[in-house]
Design a protein around this ligand. Structure first.
Ligand code: TXA
Ligand code: MG
Length: 361
């Protein structure tokens, strides 16, 4: 159900502000910021994915985030700031290297895990004594944060376990009627979540890879940047790592190895699924797409070239949702090398696949 309501339309009870036009952005950001100040939940675009925001100062509002997403309460949220100067309000004992990173990469897709200020509520940090903070690089997010004059806790604006949203339509598909508003800023550029870096007490450890690579961080600080063991175990460094993620409805099988051999193995597996009468979704690079034309009962999505993992990452979550819409029974996905931007893409593919990883020898 849609209805016109001043600056927004209403979709199933959620206000949708079209914030794509910079000329009208300001008044819409002010209206959405007022909702945040009233303790309501507002989704907004960032350069990575859409976030679901609540005021850090309002514990009830933050609790509502966990309720509407179905998110485990021990999985902490990232606090979003409009400017680097607000950092000491949230974090203490900030190392000099954190400032160096923030000055270089903010606004941008780098989240820093630091010691929290005592006032930051445990509901935001999953009961930890650390807090994750970033300044997003998106005009709509920044307009909202500036108008709200509040730190805003925001996880990705999806139902927990589903692919993160990269458009306002994805947000509405998961959360319409359960949140007050969404600012529609169009599709997100990067499409995978920020790099999460723990920089407390001399550490330099990536807890979640993103588009800012360990090489960039190490290069700036002139020392080695660790990457945490990213598989789920009993005591992961970042609580979010132990949950299955980014999952479409159909199981996804991820094929890793030398590209030529991967293509052959994927064709074999595809034919097996098709012979059982199943409908298959295929996620393959431009380079191998030709090998998969001419099959029937196949939905083919070609997100980009093997040489451009960032472009593939930008389209990944939309592709997973598209496979759901096309009602495939199984998804076969081509892997990538973990070099540069490939690290974050491979991590998300692995988390989506869970145990369904086929290492082709
Ligand atoms: O790009 C992004 O980071 C997006 C946009 C909206 O900013 N946000 C996002 O939030 O991806 P979320 O909640 O989906 O993921 C936050 C990740 C989780 O893996 C969580 O466990 C980790 O950050 N995290 C948050 N606070 C932490 C802390 N204090 N220590 C360790 N990990 C933390
Ligand atoms: Mg998330």
């Amino acid at each position: 159900m849609k209805a016109v309501f001043g600056l927004a339309i209403i979709v199933d009870g959620t206000l949708v502000f079209n914030a794509r036009d910079p000329v009208v952005l300001e008044e819409k950001a002010v209206a959405a910021a007022e909702l945040l100040r009233q303790g309501k939940l507002v989704a907004f675009p960032t350069e990575t994915v859409y976030g679901l925001g609540a005021s850090v100062r309002d514990e009830r509002a933050v609790s509502r985030i966990f309720e509407v997403k179905g998110r485990p309460v021990d999985n902490p949220l990232i606090v979003h700031l409009s400017d680097i100067s607000e950092l000491p309000g949230l974090a203490r004992n900030i190392p000099a290297e954190a400032w160096t990173l923030a000055r270089r990469f903010w606004p941008g897709p780098l989240t820093l895990v630091l010691e929290k200020q005592p006032w930051v509520p445990g509901v935001v940090t999953g009961g930890l004594d650390s807090v994750a903070v970033r300044v997003p690089d998106h005009p709509v997010a920044l307009a909202l944060l500036r108008a709200a004059e509040l730190p805003v806790a925001a996880p990705s604006a999806n139902i927990s376990g589903r692919p993160s949203p990269t458009t306002a339509e994805h947000v509405l598909a998961d959360l319409a009627g359960r949140i007050s508003a969404v600012l529609d800023g169009g599709p997100c550029d990067i499409g995978v979540e920020s790099t999460v870096l723990d920089i407390r007490g001399g550490r330099l450890r990536i807890l979640r890879p993103g588009s800012i690579t360990p090489q960039e961080i190490a290069g700036l600080l002139q020392r080695k940047c660790e990457i945490a063991e990213l598989s789920a175990d009993k005591n992961p460094p970042s609580p979010g790592l132990k949950y299955r993620h980014y999952a479409p409805r159909a199981p996804l099988y991820l094929f890793l190895g030398e590209p030529g051999k991967v293509t052959v193995k994927m064709q074999e597996e595809l034919e097996t699924w098709l012979s059982r009468g199943k409908k298959a979704g295929l996620l393959v690079t431009l380079e191998s797409a030709k090998a998969f034309s001419g099959y029937r009962n196949v939905e083919l999505i070609v997100p980009g070239s093997r040489d451009d993992p960032a472009a593939i990452a930008a389209r990944l979550y939309a592709a997973l949702r598209e496979f759901d819409a096309r009602r495939v029974d199984v998804i076969l996905a081509e892997g990538c090398s973990p070099k540069g931007a490939g690290l974050a893409l491979l991590n998300r593919l692995q988390k989506t696949a869970g145990e369904n990883i086929v290492q082709v020898e």
